[in-house]
Design a protein around this ligand. Structure first.
Ligand code: G6P
Length: 592
């Protein structure tokens, strides 16, 4: 899904670009490269990790300008030729690109007619050549970029330099994010602010169809027609991110074990001196709206399912949507809807697309994110940070719990219902109990299910939402097919799949639906399923696999999700898989 970094005028550009690419690692990649100016354009790139790349890039580079890129293959296989940076046919233009050019075939045909040759299959190489073509025609990079912007369809964030000058870096974008960092005597560029926070607290964000010319002392931004645009400098103190494993073998394990702290931090940040600490304007806007729309992807969507229920508990009607579905068929229930976007990374392209639509409709919006300074944090009307600390493992754990805990607090704040704080504190005890006492039993269940092809999770109401997340987590990192089914829906189809030895993991923590869930257990057991029950003390029966302390049922995703996370973790570990970086997935999906 590609990460971009670039700098001009920086004393140690290799260090910035190398570390920056590592920090953008969450975007997922299969190959990486850098380019710089030293008596012409120099490029080093290869398939594999940034560490591998840095092994082949010379150590003492003297250059004013450097760009770097991590590529997640979309057009063309992950091989060296398709890896960025790309250089144009006449060796005039060197660029890195994040996004997808929809009309690249048409543009490539145009260039082939003009006798351009191509070494790879990417849409990005086409853009390098298109700029090259118009540069040679106009002798002016700026004019060439304007022409190229008028021709490109799709999404792009592009950073380039030309072979005739080491004093200017050029950027342009549409759809994909690009941020400029401002330093004294140097400037930097990246897909998000994180690589730059060590160097500056001042940023400029490029808007769609704008382009910029950057030299070490100055950044000038233009609209697509070449009119200079006055940009606001955003001053943001963004937390420096530590990638320390703190002695844990995997980030996922570390992040699961940080869950109690994470929930505590939500309470501490948003409830002080016996009062909720949310922006009053936000609470007013939420109170005045007659319908709340929750939008997210993957795990964040699952948190939104729970969040919607919390708002309904406080008499707000709510609907929930998967971002990529809503973006193409947006609906606006109610007279005065308020939109809540949910994204751990704050960079997910599907959500950024939704925000564009939301703004076109002038609707009030809020982002719940773990990433201060991210695109959604910067661009939504309101932003509430999770303060969970960086989440490195692709499988989201602590951020999911933080999202749900935050929704519980925010919904309760609408009616000043302080009971939620007590309930959350009680949940923390339950989590600590699970983390302290249940890992061996979860590990043994993992051993039993690790070679299965299919697994079912069952639950009702909040336990169903938790089942969805538990199932996604297992799928993501163990590659076992799994399904989450609401207990009552079992007999409407899924029961056909129950067969001898099929593991069925059942959550029973809701007093109201516990008897029905027990009925479901009988249904699957009598068809040969191997059932594992997770129940609260109040609802437990002999033979249940894990019995946890009682807690307020609506907080299932906070109190007992650790069980599901550990299970996925131990299965992945037992199968010898890459727990933190599962195949085909990225921490944040930055293309649609
Ligand atoms: C990717 C990840 C998922 C994540 C989803 C949403 O698909 O693999 O684990 O839940 O993106 O990410 P976000 O950063 O928007 O919460």
């Amino acid at each position: 899904m590609c990460g971009i970094v670039g700098s001009i005028g920086l004393r140690r550009p290799r260090e910035y670009v190398g570390n920056g690419l590592k920090m953008l690692d969450y975007r997922g990649y299969d190959s990486a490269g850098v380019a710089y100016f030293d008596n012409g354009i120099k490029i080093y790139k290869d398939v594999g990790s940034v560490e591998h790349l840095l092994g082949i890039v010379p150590k003492n580079i003297k250059t004013n300008i450097m760009i770097g890129h991590t590529r997640w293959a979309t057009h063309g296989a992950p091989n060296k030729n398709n890896t960025h940076p790309h250089i144009s046919f006449h060796k005039k233009i060197c660029l890195v690109h994040n996004g997808v050019i929809e009309n690249y075939k048409e543009l490539k045909n145009f260039l082939l007619e003009k006798c351009y040759g191509f070494y790879g299959e990417t849409d990005s190489e086409v853009v390098a050549n298109l700029v090259d073509y118009y540069y040679l025609e106009t002798k002016d990079v700026q004019k060439a970029i304007e022409k190229v912007i008028s021709l490109l369809k799709g999404s792009y964030a592009i950073c380039l330099f030309d072979s005739d000058s080491e004093n200017d870096l050029y950027i342009f974008k549409k759809g994909s994010p690009l941020v400029v960092g401002l330093g004294k005597g140097f400037k930097m560029v990246a897909s998000d602010a994180s690589p730059m926070v060590e160097y500056t607290t001042d940023f400029i964000e490029l808007s769609d169809l704008e382009y910029g010319i950057i030299n070490k002392d100055k950044v000038t931004i233009y609209d697509k027609d070449g009119n200079e645009v006055a940009k606001e400098t955003i001053h943001k103190d963004i937390e420096l991110i530590s990638h320390d494993l703190k002695g844990y073998p995997h980030y996922m394990l570390k992040e699961i074990e940080e869950i109690p702290q994470t929930v505590n931090r939500i309470i501490d940040n948003y409830f002080q001196n016996d009062e909720f600490q949310f922006d009053n304007d936000l609470l007013n806007d939420l109170n005045e709206s007659d319908h709340i729309i929750f939008i997210g992807c993957g795990t964040s969507y699952h948190a939104g399912l729970v969040g919607g229920r919390y708002f309904e508990k406080y008499d707000k009607s709510a609907s929930r949507f998967i971002a990529s579905e809503w973006a193409f068929h947006p609906t606006f229930p109610g007279q005065k809807p308020f939109i809540i976007l949910i994204s751990q990374s704050g960079e997910t392209a599907d959500l950024i697309h939704c925000l564009k639509i939301i703004k076109e409709h002038n609707l009030k919006n809020l982002i719940i994110t773990n990433t201060g300074g991210s695109t959604l944090d910067r661009n939504c009307d309101y932003s509430i940070l999770l303060h969970s600390g960086i989440e490195v493992s692709v499988a989201s754990t602590k951020a999911y719990v933080a999202q749900v805990a935050l929704f519980a607090m925010l919904a309760a704040a609408l009616q000043n219902d302080k009971q939620v704080v007590k309930d959350l504190k009680q949940s923390i005890d339950v989590i600590n109990d699970i983390q302290g006492n249940f890992k061996p039993i979860i590990k043994s269940v993992a051993e039993e299910i690790k070679d299965k092809k299919n697994i079912f999770y069952l639950g009702r109401s909040f336990d169903y939402f938790l089942s969805l997340e538990a199932s996604l987590k297992l799928k993501e990192i163990s590659y076992i097919h799994s399904e989450a089914v609401p207990g009552g829906e079992l007999k409407h189809g899924p029961i056909a799949l129950i067969e001898d030895g099929l593991p069925v993991i059942v959550f029973i923590t809701d007093p109201e639906t516990a008897p029905s869930m027990r009925g479901n257990i009988e249904e699957v057991k009598s068809r040969g399923a191997k059932v594992y029950v997770i129940a609260t003390e109040a609802l437990a029966k002999e033979g249940d696999t894990i019995v946890v302390k009682n807690y307020a049922f609506y907080l299932s995703s906070v109190a007992i999700s650790s069980i599901a996370f550990y299970l996925a973790y131990y299965v992945s570990l037992a199968k010898g898989l890459n727990v933190d970086k599962p195949r085909n997935l990225a921490k944040s999906v930055t293309v649609e």
